[in-house]
Design a protein around this ligand. Sequence first.
Ligand SMILES: NC(=O)c1ccc[n+]([C@@H]2O[C@H](COP(=O)([O-])OP(=O)(O)OC[C@H]3O[C@@H](n4cnc5c(N)ncnc54)[C@H](OP(=O)(O)O)[C@@H]3O)[C@@H](O)[C@H]2O)c1
Length: 242
Amino acid sequence: MLTDITGQVAIVTGASRGVGRAVALRLSELGARVALFGRNQAGLERTAELCAEHTPPAGIWTPELGNREELETAIHEVNERWERIDILVNNAGVFYPDRVDSADPFDIDRMLDVNLRALIHATRCCLPYLKESCMARGRAVLVNIASNAGRFGIPGEAAYCASKHGVMGFSEGLFREERELGLKVCAICPGWIATEMVEESGIDMDRALRPAEVAEMTALVARWPDNSCPTEIRLYPQRDPA
Ligand SMILES: NC(=O)c1ccc[n+]([C@@H]2O[C@H](COP(=O)([O-])OP(=O)(O)OC[C@H]3O[C@@H](n4cnc5c(N)ncnc54)[C@H](OP(=O)(O)O)[C@@H]3O)[C@@H](O)[C@H]2O)c1
């Protein structure tokens, strides 16, 4: 019943570690050719090595997501190399928890830039290619890794919440714009995940979600049947890590 994604081309942002690495690996296990986006070359190469156990070599691109020109150039290069883009996973993100009255304005800007603005521009730039995939094969898939912070307000994380609420609004609006073509748009809202992003948060990492669990959910959306679209998924650790 699930769609075979062998040979499809997927861009994964933030693929140098954490959730992005796990997503890239899972999609590559399923036969997709994966374009790894990030800045940390060593981390990206490690992800590529892991992917190479399954599919032809993954490609590495190193755009700074805060730089729209670099981001767009990288996306066009992926299409030039593989002549299609079927799946975009907007995963990259930054998390600088702080109260608004003490937050560094630079950190607020970075969260809005990377978590929301870059996600919108990556999507806008990929959209013509995703639509070509819809036209050719009846489907294409966009997965946005949001957060439970995209669904309610959390004290000490207000600006991060704002960035992730933006992702939720964008995802639903875009789905409604493009659903007739066959574009799936899904926002995944995980709770705590055991990655470097939150290692100083004082949570019980053993209780947190594993990156592979978020990756499995992403892969499920990527393979979901044509006739329906999971537009929002909440994924919580079974036991509260906080
Ligand atoms: N961890 C959690 O508890 C949690 C919970 C809910 C949602 N999330 C969301 O899940 C997603 C993945 O988080 P994670 O936990 O895997 O985080 P992570 O381990 O900190 O990884 C973040 C990734 O984003 C990339 N990135 C950050 N800023 C970038 C920039 N300016 N340009 C290009 N790439 C950039 C990093 O790449 P480079 O270092 O190579 O630049 C890295 O690969 C994020 O959207 C996060 O908000 C996380």
